[in-house]
Design a protein around this ligand. Structure first.
Ligand SMILES: NC(=O)c1ccc[n+]([C@@H]2O[C@H](COP(=O)([O-])OP(=O)(O)OC[C@H]3O[C@@H](n4cnc5c(N)ncnc54)[C@H](O)[C@@H]3O)[C@@H](O)[C@H]2O)c1
Length: 334
């Protein structure tokens, strides 16, 4: 029997299948089981990837003792319950973004990881891109000085996903709209590049103006645009915009500014006095690098860079943006 780490994927949409490729390509791991409530989908993915065990109920998959790590590629409302089931079954978990629907769920997930002594990592894939890794290293090495400003945008002019059964646009199943779906990527990457400072207050506004773009019979009670300013304990601030639909040009950006230099990614550019520098960037496909990092953490007892604890803080920031929008005022984060 091979001594590779045995992995299983629960939820076989696009995201789950990226995890599958990551384990299959890592020489230290192999995929031994897949699970999807859609039997046909599970059969098809298993057949295409030579995976021996197929399940439609995640609880049966979790009973298999040979499985050591589980990836969760399920709709957001299932992240917390299935992650907690997996941790309680003694598995290490790589869970898709957003960590959960809210901070309360993320706290329960972190507690389950702690209680069972297992690794819980969030698939915040954009941290694993070569340019983001290089910029974060420069921040850690002090090359930017004190980082005091960040701005992040993930702006779609038109691009509202619906998902299987309309879960993306139903707040009870997604936790929110564009903010929690794609804003989480922009916020997380910018915050992490700034050194993941402790957030203390948030001013946010969210809007829902594009219901007409979604079929009438689909429940739609989520934000399609969100704008926020977050303040951190170290005095730094971050500006965020995240939209699924906006009457402005779409695009994405992440920029951070420090006392010695500033930087942006995609492509990596460093702004120093009057010079624009473009350091060389190396790195794997971020989806592969993410799984490789997870396997390294599991095998070597390391804490993932996108840890259970950081997932809680990230969800607290997202919760605070929604709360600030509701109350039309600043919300403190403790
Ligand atoms: N990191 C990324 O770039 C990225 C990209 C897309 C999606 N995601 C995240 O991945 C997750 C899944 O998104 P998606 O677009 O793949 O969704 P999806 O709706 O396309 O796929 C989800 C799959 O889960 C299955 N499923 C649903 N309930 C189940 C259950 N109880 N048991 C077993 N299977 C079940 C569905 O049949 C479906 O095949 C979301 O949290 C999303 O935010 C991340």
């Amino acid at each position: 029997m091979s001594n590779k780490v045995k992995a299983a994927i629960i939820g076989l949409g696009w995201a789950g299948c990226e995890h599958l490729k990551g384990y299959a390509e890592n020489p230290l791991s192999e995929v031994v089981a897949v699970c999807d409530m859609d039997q046909e989908r599970a059969n098809q993915v298993a057949q295409e990837n030579d995976v021996p065990q197929i399940f439609t109920d995640h609880r049966q998959l979790l009973e298999q003792e040979d499985i050591a790590v589980v990836s969760i590629g399920l709709p957001n409302f299932l992240h917390a319950p299935v992650t907690i089931d997996a941790l309680n079954a003694g598995k290490h978990v790589l869970c898709e973004k957003p960590p959960a629907r809210n901070a309360e769920e993320a706290i329960a997930m972190a507690e389950a990881a702690d209680k069972n002594g297992k690794t819980l990592m969030y698939a915040l894939v954009l941290r694993f891109a070569g340019d983001a890794q290089a910029l974060r290293k420069m921040v850690d090495d002090g090359e930017l000085g004190q980082v005091y400003f960040g701005k992040a945008g993930y702006v779609r002019r038109r691009g509202i996903p619906i998902g299987a059964g309309g879960w993306f646009v139903d707040k009870s199943r997604s936790g929110g709209g564009g903010l929690i779906d794609i804003g989480v990527h922009a916020l997380d990457r910018c915050w992490w590049l700034m050194g993941a400072p402790k957030p203390v207050s948030v001013l946010g506004a969210t809007f829902s103006h594009f219901r007409h773009l979604v079929p009438e019979d689909v429940k739609y009670d989520v934000d399609d645009s969100a704008f926020a300013q977050i303040r951190f304990e170290n005095g730094a601030t971050l500006m965020l915009e995240a939209t699924w639909a906006l009457n402005l040009p779409g695009g994405g950006y992440i920029q951070i500014a420090g006392t010695k230099a500033g930087g942006k990614i995609d492509p990596l550019t460093i702004y120093k006095d009057d010079q624009d520098l473009t350091p060389e960037v190396t790195g794997d496909n971020p989806y592969r690098a993410e799984v490789n990092h997870f396997i390294d953490c599991v095998l070597n007892g390391k804490t993932p860079i996108s840890s259970a604890e950081q997932g809680v803080t990230l969800m607290k920031m997202l919760d605070a943006i929604y709360a600030s929008s509701d109350k039309m005022g600043e919300v403190r984060i403790t």
